[in-house]
Design a protein around this ligand. Structure first.
Ligand SMILES: NC(=O)c1ccc[n+]([C@@H]2O[C@H](COP(=O)([O-])OP(=O)(O)OC[C@H]3O[C@@H](n4cnc5c(N)ncnc54)[C@H](OP(=O)(O)O)[C@@H]3O)[C@@H](O)[C@H]2O)c1
Length: 323
C-alpha cells in the first residue's frame, strides 16, 4: 500500500514514516509535517493531491493534532479547527479521492472515572476542551467516510518531547546538583504508556487487515471474496491500541529512572489536584484493546516497550542529552 501521512513531524507521525519505509510492500507516497501541510484548511488534502506534490496514495493516516491539553482550554477555537474540523475535512477529501483513511484519537474522549478498561463502544464523555475536540473529530471522520478507521491510544512516548525525556531531564538536573528539591510525580492517574513505534506498527497491521489484499483477491473463489469483503467491512470503525499493562505516572517514572542508572533517585508521589492544571486530567485512561486483539493485533507490554525505546539510538541519545 502507498501511504500518505499528515502530521508527520510528531511522535507518531515520525514513527509511521519509519515503519512504512521499513516494511516490504509498503511505500510512503508522501509525508507532510505541519509546515508542509496545514490540515486545518478545508480542501488541503485535495489541493495537495491535485498539485502532484504526493504520489497517488492508497491510504491516509492523520497523525496531526493540537495535543497541548492545557492550551486547548484557552485556545479553544484553534483546537476545534485542528482536532475537530480538520479530520472531517481530510475524510471528505479522502472520500472524493477514493482513499482509505485512518485517524488517530485519544483516551481523553472518555470521562476518566472508569474502573475497568474502556471498550471501543463505551460512551464518550469528554471533560476537557482537548477531549471534546477530539471526540468531535471522530464523529466528523465517520460522517464523511463511514468506512474509515479511528485508532484511539493513550500516554504516547516517542521521538520528540515526551514524559520519558522530561523525567530524564529532571534526573540530570539533580545528578548535576542544579536542582535539590525532590522529584514529585503524579500517582493518582492510571493508564497505559504507549510507544509511538509500536503504535505505528499496530496501525500498519490493522490497515493491512482492513484495506490490504485478501486471500480472495489472490485467486480464491467468488464465495471467499464475498466473505472476505464482509470481514474487511468489520475491520472499520473504532479500534483501541495501547501497549499492554497499566501503571501510574509515578510508577512509569520509577521504571524510567531504574532503567537509566538513576535507581537511587528518590521520587515523591503527588496528587493531580496539587498541580492545579487548566484541564482536568482523567484518573482512569485505560483502554480495552479487544477489537484489535480479536484480529491478532496486540502491542507488547509498556515495560518492554519502554526498554526498547531507551535502548534505541534515539533513547540512548535522550539519556545523554534529555529534551
Ligand atoms: N501524545 C499523547 O500522549 C497522545 C495520547 C493519546 C492520543 N494521542 C493522539 O495521537 C496522535 C499523535 O499524537 P502525537 O503524540 O504524535 O502528538 P505530537 O507529537 O504533538 O504530534 C502532533 C503533530 O501534529 C502537528 N500539527 C498540529 N497542528 C497541525 C496542523 N494544523 N496541520 C498539520 N499538522 C499539525 C504538530 O506540529 P507542530 O508541533 O509543529 O504544531 C505535531 O507535529 C494525535 O491524534 C493525538 O491526539 C496522543
Amino acid at each position: 500500500m502507498r501511504w500518505l501521512i499528515t502530521g508527520s513531524g510528531g511522535q507518531l507521525g515520525q514513527c509511521l514514516v519509519a515503519a512504512v519505509e521499513a516494511r516490504a510492500g509498503e511505500e510512503v507516497a508522501g509525508a507532510f509535517d505541519h509546515s508542509e501541510l496545514d490540515i486545518a484548511r478545508p480542501g488541503a488534502l485535495s489541493r495537495l493531491l491535485d498539485s502532484g506534490r504526493a504520489e497517488r496514495p492508497d491510504v491516509l493516516v492523520n497523525a496531526g493534532a493540537f495535543t497541548a491539553v492545557d492550551r486547548c482550554e484557552s485556545e479553544s477555537e484553534h483546537a476545534w479547527r485542528v482536532n475537530a474540523e480538520a479530520p472531517g475535512w481530510l475524510a471528505e477529501d479522502c472520500r472524493a479521492a477514493n482513499l482509505d483513511c485512518i485517524h488517530v484519537s485519544t483516551d481523553y474522549v472518555f470521562g476518566g472515572t472508569g474502573t475497568s478498561p474502556y471498550a471501543e463502544t463505551a460512551p464518550v464523555e469528554p471533560r476537557t476542551a482537548y477531549g471534546r475536540t477530539k471526540a468531535a473529530g471522530e464523529e466528523r471522520v465517520f460522517a464523511a467516510l463511514p468506512g474509515a478507521i479511528v485508532v484511539r491510544t493513550s500516554w504516547v512516548f516517542g521521538p520528540g518531547k515526551n514524559f520519558v525525556g522530561a523525567i530524564l531531564g529532571q534526573a540530570h538536573r539533580r545528578a548535576q546538583g542544579l536542582e535539590t528539591a525532590p522529584l514529585r510525580v503524579v500517582n493518582d492517574q492510571r493508564g497505559s504508556p504507549t510507544y509511538a513505534a509500536d503504535l505505528a506498527e499496530g496501525i500498519l497491521d490493522l490497515a493491512g487487515l482492513a484495506f490490504g489484499p485478501s486471500p480472495a483477491d489472490a485467486g480464491e473463489g467468488a464465495g471467499d471474496h464475498a466473505r472476505n469483503a464482509g470481514e474487511k467491512g468489520q475491520m472499520r470503525g473504532i479500534f483501541h491500541l495501547a501497549n499492554a499493562g497499566t501503571t501510574t505516572w509515578f510508577d512509569f517514572a520509577r521504571a524510567i529512572l531504574d532503567l537509566t542508572g538513576h535507581a537511587g533517585l528518590g521520587l515523591e508521589p503527588l496528587g493531580t489536584a496539587d498541580l492545579d492544571l487548566p484541564a482536568p486530567r482523567p484518573a482512569w485512561s485505560v483502554l480495552g484493546c479487544d477489537r484489535a486483539a480479536d484480529c491478532g493485533v496486540v502491542l507488547r507490554s509498556w515495560r518492554e516497550a519502554l526498554a526498547a525505546y531507551l535502548g534505541s539510538p534515539e533513547g540512548l541519545a535522550l539519556q545523554e542529552a534529555p529534551v
